[in-house]
Every structure is written in structure tokens, then in C-alpha cells.
Design a protein around this ligand. Sequence first.
Ligand code: C5P
Length: 236
Amino acid sequence: MTAKDRLIVALDCDSEAKALEIFAKLKNDIRFFKIGLELFSYCGPRIAEKIMDAGAEVFLDLKFHDIPNTVLKTAVAATRLGVYMFNVHALGGYDMMKSAFEAAATEADTQNIRRPKVLAVTILTSMDEFALKKIGVNANIKKEVLILAAMAKEAGLDGVVASPHEAKTIREAMGEDFLIVTPGVRPGGAKANDQKRIATPLEAVKNGASFIVVGRPITDAQDPAGAARQILSEIV
Ligand code: C5P
């Protein structure tokens, strides 16, 4: 795997024009782009189509979390859209995850199209144990993440989104074929923003991350392509 196969840039912005402007600056160096809730709420699926039409891959990071039937139908829509990967919240439960995975697989089979990879979000990288306590969850983050990752694997999912700090334990417990996508990645000296459990790109990969997600350190940079290339050079 090359560095380019591991870096996903989060296109978190508030208009199609801004997203496409950053995309244009990055498309020669970057293969994967992440569309999250903000951009999707502004632009809808059209922005994913535009990025895919230009030859890049899309990780649809909408973190589905609803009753199994609703998530199942949404998984069908994401599969038809043709994205490389989408995700659901593991906290939505086993049945919800299994419905999402099976719906994507069946739809891809029926339409004879690629099945998107389906990931589960374990615990958001912006949450620490104190934040969990506040919502009444008195759990050890590492243990909780492992419980959720194991449940995702049992439900058939391809992998999880998790903090780089949990990547090593997840890799050891789930084996080599399980995808681990880690946001909360900051090159040395970059601002943490609202991320609490951060690591450098190289630390994340060494800990077993299959993909790293980087947003603001690239998209807010004066020279986004330069910032992206710097990160790519750090993870080889
Ligand atoms: O700008 P930054 O590098 O913090 O962007 C990280 C991206 O990863 C954001 O789009 C955020 O929504 C997403 N993400 C995250 N933690 C998760 C799952 C997704 O930060 N557990």
C-alpha cells in the first residue's frame, strides 16, 4: 500500500464551491475524500458524484444511527451512489449494523456494482472518559472500543473508525484484514482543534491504522497540496 492509498482528506466546508476549490488543489495528490455531515447537508449527494466523476474516491461519513430498517434503506442509497466507503455508529447496535452491511451487499449484487466498505464508528475521537461519564457511561474507553469493534466484526462490517490510540489494541484483537480508519490525526506542531485523543500520521499508521483521516491541518493550510504532500511523505 502506498501513502496515497492511506490518506483520506476530510472536506469539511459549507459550500460546493469551497469543497470543489479544495478538491481541485488536492486531486492530483489525494485519492480519497471524506464527505461529512456538514458538506452533505449543504450539497447533498451531488458533491459525491462530482468528486467521483473527477476520478477520486469518496468516504461518505454520515455515521448512520437509527432503527435498522431506516439504516438499511439508507445503506442501499449509499451503495447506489457508488461511494467507496460509508459508516454507521456501532452504538446503534448489532442488528442495525448487520442490516446496513447486508443491504449494501445485496444491493451491490443485484445492481452488479461495487459493494461499499461498511465501517462502524466506535467512540468519537472528540470524546474522552470525562465526556463519556457526563453522558452516564462509566466505561474504560479502550474496553468499550474493543467491545464495539468486535460487535462490528461479528455483524460482518469491514472495519471501524477509531482513535489512533486504540488502533493498536484493535489491530491485535481483530486481525490484519479488519480496516481501521483513524481521525484525530495531527502532524507535529499542528493545532488539536476539538480532537482529544490525537496522534501524528506516522504514529497512527504504526499503531495499525489502514487509513488516516486528516481535515483542518490540510484544508485550512495556506497551501493544502503542500500540507497533504508533507503528510504523505511522513507515512511512507
Ligand atoms: O479537521 P479534522 O482533522 O479534525 O477532521 C476529522 C474528521 O474526522 C472530521 O470530519 C470528523 O467529523 C471526523 N471524525 C472524527 N472522529 C470520529 C469519526 C469521524 O473526528 N470518530
